[in-house]
Design a protein around this ligand. Sequence first.
Ligand SMILES: [Zn+2]
Length: 433
Amino acid sequence: MLRAIWLLILLAVGVWAALFLRQMGGTVEISVGSTFIGIPVWLGLLVLVVGFVVLHGILSAWKSIRGWPARLRARRAERHRRDGDAAVTRALVALAAGTPDQARLEIRRARGLLGDTPHTLLLTAEAERMAGRNDAANEAFRALAARDDGKFLGLRGLLRDAMQREDWPAAQRLAREAEAAQPGAAWVKEERAALALRTRDWREALALSPPGQLSGHRRAALALSAALQEPEPAKAAALEKEALSADPGFAPAALAVARRQTAEGSPRRAKTTLQTAWTVAPHPDLAAAYLGEEADALARVKAAEALTHDNRAHPESRLVLGRTALAAGLTGRARAELEGLVSSGTADRRAYLAMVDMDAVELGDSAVGRAAEAKWLRAAAAAPPEPRWQCLSCGTGHSAWEPLCEACGTPGRIEWTGAASAKAEKGAVTAAG
Ligand SMILES: [Zn+2]
């Protein structure tokens, strides 16, 4: 609208100027040599304007003709990109739907239209992998890894494949390259930690796991595993302490720390370490280490009392007190502990077998003694089994804690399992559900 008004004003000014010039009269004279041309001023101006318009039109037409092939090419590229994008979308849908053959068809079309871009290469690799053609997938990943913009994506795919093939040296090399391509990437860190676990490099696995990610117990197990691998005593000692502070109730860590303290000439500190661990989580190995050097039966009772002082009511405390008292001939004391334990309902098989021993000492080889023995043996058979080290992954029992279950190869799954812990686990599941 505004433009039309301006044009109208311009036109009016032009007409007015033409009329004005016509009224004014006058001529434009051009003389070339002896030739002489004279035209009125208004006609001269008209010729100039028309000449300008015609020249402008010719130049515009020429420019348009010259740009024709480029415009054609741009239009074709635009069409290719549109069709290529549509093929990529269809390929993604096919991948999501789990139809790799359809996806491969669409990606081949997209690659023909768009060329080898990070998107098309990545989709090619994923579709080939889904179709079970790992060689073709790796070829695409390698092409991706050779590019600057797709290097990390390519390395990631190759690393995943190497880990699946359990080719650990190749996986470690690829993980290092991926770390260099994308420093600090969380995914690489996780993969390197998983790799360290698979290659049993516990120290590396511990270093790579961020502080908040592992549970205290898991961290303790890893730190103790690393300590077992560490040749330098000072570093091993630090790792053992790290394990114990991560999980103060982890008996193997407490035992390792106490053993080192004894070796360094501080048996009192070692005893304090074992006592503290017992207060958090009693374990028969702690009692065995604590009572180990006491040869005298009465001294063993005293030592058991000292060990269990701060966790007196725990079934494991009562069992160790009952057994040491029985061994020292303090049958009254032993009976009080063991009967209390049996009637509490938290006793496992060991308590009933201790009752058998006690009745054998007290009643001897008599009819009453034999009847009592039969009664306790029946109760022992029905009682929950004693706790033990067990792989939670495959269920294999182990005589001691180990970093890795040799039966199934799973690291960090050997746990102290028994009636109490099974009950606690069940309770936790019920509470969670
Ligand atoms: Zn196992």
